[in-house]
Ligand binder design. Structure first.
Ligand code: ATP
Ligand code: MG
Length: 332
């Protein structure tokens, strides 16, 4: 079986619709066909300041949401990144292989550091893509299911894997990004030119899966569209409507063309009202199931402990090969 690896940050508590449609939904599908490793990336979370108690709670909350979304611990390996120390260990090696200029070109870093300001930008935020490189290479992943915003980081992973292999001999599998075109980028409901994001979206533009369904319905109904009235998929000139059609289509399995036909002559109001209902029908059971996992923290923690054990077996083997290749003296 080919292998997949991906991760999600335990920041902000609730996942949003972009996380789900862009990434987690694919994770659920891929556990059927791939040897799948999925993790809650708490090491990545601390690249910006986190309250310790909140981080701990949000890590469990992220795992609960992944299970609620359909990850099955019998079919995939679900774990917490900090439970597998090899991530930080391999990251150091990869840091030493990365050019400063190369890391400086990462657009996520440029965006996030501009938002935080130079004083609040940590070196960790700067090297976070390199930690991600280590995350992926440790598992010899063939594919990495992510949203479009991660494409550049996967390119960096390929470059560094090739560099390492070229310098020290064949060690790492070269991974590919697994990005579904339709849902690669879900946009902010209030500003459909920017991606929906945990850290950059305003509350009105962000559909959090764990919000009160009523509030969510309201957000969908007040999504920004345009002054035209024709329901047509055209991301260039109608980004707002097109984003709503993408969300509607993927949550219901209805083709976009079929939706265009359904709303021909009906205008945006009807589309938004129906989509609000579709979203509520999705988030309501999701929220309930997440709560059920949270209500039983012992089971949740034992799932994560088993996942970490499985992950460590794979990660430790890769790390020891990489250490040997680099020339570290083995500890006797
Ligand atoms: P931040 O803005 O703080 O980076 P985020 O919203 O991007 O947070 P992450 O935990 O960084 O959330 O991302 C988890 C996964 O969700 C990644 O694979 C990412 O590519 C994907 N993703 C995030 N936002 C979107 C979006 N708007 N559309 C599609 N995929 C997305
Ligand atoms: Mg992100």
């Amino acid at each position: 079986r080919p292998r997949v690896l991906s991760g999600i940050q335990p920041t902000a508590g609730s996942f949003h619709l972009g996380n789900y449609l862009g990434a987690v939904r694919q994770w659920v599908a891929l556990q059927e066909t791939h040897d799948a490793f999925y993790m809650v990336v708490d090491l990545h979370a601390i690249t910006v300041p986190q309250d310790p108690a909140e981080l701990r709670a949000n890590t469990r909350l992220a795992a609960a949401q992944l299970l609620a979304a359909g990850l099955d611990p019998e079919r995939c390996t679900l774990f917490v990144q900090s439970h597998v120390p090899e991530h930080a260990q391999l990251a150091w090696v990869m840091n030493c292989l990365t050019g400063f200029g190369e890391a400086s070109r990462m657009t996520q870093f440029k965006d996030k550091s501009a938002r935080h300001g130079a004083e609040r930008t940590s070196v960790g935020l700067f090297t976070y893509p390199v930690l991600q490189v280590a995350d992926i290479l440790l598992y010899q992943a063939n594919e990495v299911p992510v949203g479009e915003d991660q494409r550049q980081h996967i390119e960096l992973t390929r470059d560094l894997a090739e560099r390492f292999n070229g310098r020290y001999g064949e060690t790492f599998t070269i991974p590919s990004a697994y990005i579904l075109k339709e849902t690669a980028k879900i946009y902010d409901l209030q500003d459909p030119t920017i991606k929906m994001s945990k850290s950059a979206s305003t509350p009105k533009g962000l559909v959090n899966l764990l919000d009160e369904p009523k509030a969510t319905a309201k957000k969908v109904k007040s999504a920004v569209t345009d002054t035209d009235t024709v329901v047509r998929f055209d991301p260039e000139t109608k980004p707002g409507v097109s984003n709503l059609l993408t969300i509607y289509s993927t949550l219901t399995g209805t083709g976009v063309a079929e939706l265009e036909e359904k709303y021909a002559g009906k205008g945006y109001g009807a589309l938004k009202t129906d989509l609000a209902e579709v979203v509520v029908e999705f988030v309501t059971p999701f929220k309930e199931q997440t709560q059920q996992y949270l209500d039983d923290p012992e089971t949740l923690d034992s799932i994560l402990a088993k996942g970490a054990e499985k992950a460590r077996t794979v990660a430790a083997e890769t790390l020891s090969r990489a250490y040997e290749r680099v020339g570290f003296l083995p500890a006797k």
